[in-house]
Design a protein around this ligand. Structure first.
Ligand code: SF4
Length: 390
């Protein structure tokens, strides 16, 4: 049987401490649940694997969180073995794990490498001590350097570093320092995120109390521009709005999202999207474990832990394809793939909108209509451009 490619996202909802800006589905007091949680994840993989009935192989796997590197190597191994029993890994499969630099050591990295993890994503965030404090991170940049060098020593050649700009107190100079420090680690991939201060976080409270200044959008735009210049000079490819890589080193897992491919969401609070159906898993880890212990027969891709789902209309699917695809700066939305998928051409569906946005210099056709892409000006107001397709 011809197996279709699939991506798997696995959520690990445990952290040692809570960063001041974090509103992710993660918990600092539930560490005792890790073993039960790993078992529940294996049950979930088995359940969805049985209904998948050998129709899929895993092309990318991503352990995100939370802090996946808090799971023991034995727990990661049993999860990986369960995946491989139901979703055979393609030979070139990319298997990423997010790591907090202070949680790993050589022995741990060596062990998880033998489970099939072949890419690490380090949450560095900044190379400047005061900014790390503001962000509530408990590591120093020296810890990041040690973690990356240890990863290299044990044989990881593919890794990524996350940095944050728009941090209160951050300047153009200190941002330059963080970018340079990350480049000095010879990283094949960089993700640069603009800080958003979410309601309910300590940082939101500080903003409200006047302890920190509101974000300076102009400075953030200058910081983004500086990153574009610096990374361009270092021969990095700016392949997605917030992501840069050395040649042939993009995040294949995230490419699957941006190319609107199918992916499973496994673990507490995870989101999945398969064949035009979006779904989400129950958020609380205890409820998740409980639900996975009460197994019932469910149609693919659902499991006992799925808390809600919606079928997208063709219009919604096309809008989402535009929004995700235009994020890819070198690739854009491929006209032929769009037509193959929806049975209608890009110009048939969005002709007047595309004409308007191209006349304003925000979108551009490449190779005589082969693909539609954001222009440099379009990148700065990408959300407004995307909105026109939704
Ligand atoms: S390590 Fe990541 S997931 Fe955990 S609290 Fe910090 S930002 Fe949130």
């Amino acid at each position: 049987m011809n197996q279709q490619p699939l991506s798997l996202y696995l959520h690990i909802p445990f952290c040692q401490y809570r960063c001041s800006y974090c509103d992710f589905n993660t918990y600092t007091s539930l560490g005792d649940l890790k073993a039960l949680y790993a078992d529940a994840l294996c049950q979930e993989i088995q359940q969805v694997g049985r209904s998948a009935a050998n129709r899929y192989h895993a092309e990318t796997i991503f352990f995100g969180g939370g802090t996946p590197s808090l799971m023991s190597a034995t727990q990661i191994r049993s999860i990986m073995e369960t995946i491989q029993a139901h979703f055979p890994l393609s030979p070139q499969a990319e298997v990423t794990m997010e790591c907090n630099p202070e949680t790993i050591n050589q022995d741990y990295l060596r062990k998880i490498r033998t489970t099939g993890i072949n890419r690490l994503s380090f949450g560095a965030q900044s190379a400047v001590g005061t900014e790390l404090q503001t962000l509530g991170r408990e590591h120093s940049f020296q810890t990041v350097e040690t973690a990356v060098n240890t990863a290299k020593q044990v044989g990881f050649t593919n890794y990524s570093i996350d940095l944050i700009y728009g941090v209160p107190g951050q300047t153009l100079e200190s941002w330059h320092q963080s970018l340079t420090a990350a480049l000095n680690l010879d990283t094949p991939h960089l993700s640069l995120y603009c800080l958003t201060i979410e309601p309910g976080t300590p940082m939101h409270r500080w903003l409200h109390n006047g302890q920190i200044k509101p974000p300076d959008e102009d400075l953030a735009a200058d910081q983004y521009e500086l990153a574009c210049t610096l990374l361009g000079d270092a021969n990095f490819i700016h392949y997605e709005i917030s992501n840069w890589c050395q040649p042939d080193r993009p995040s294949e897992h995230n490419l699957a999202y941006w190319r609107s491919r199918d992916y499973l969401g496994l673990g507490a609070g995870a989101h999945g999207h398969v064949a035009g159906t979006r779904y989400h898993v129950v958020k609380q880890p205890r409820s998740y474990i409980k639900r996975m212990n009460q197994e019932q027969a469910t149609p693919f891709p659902f499991t006992s832990a799925v808390a809600g789902n919606e079928s997208l209309t063709p219009d919604e699917q096309m809008g989402e394809t535009m929004m995700m695809g235009l994020r890819l700066l070198q690739e854009g939305v491929q006209a032929s793939l769009f037509e193959q998928r929806f049975g209608r051409s890009l110009t048939d569906v969005y002709g007047p909108t595309i004409d308007e946005l191209t006349s304003w210099g925000l979108l551009t056709w490449h190779n005589h209509g082969e693909s539609l892409r954001l222009t440099e000006n379009g990148r700065f107001i990408s959300n407004q451009v995307f909105h026109r397709f939704l």
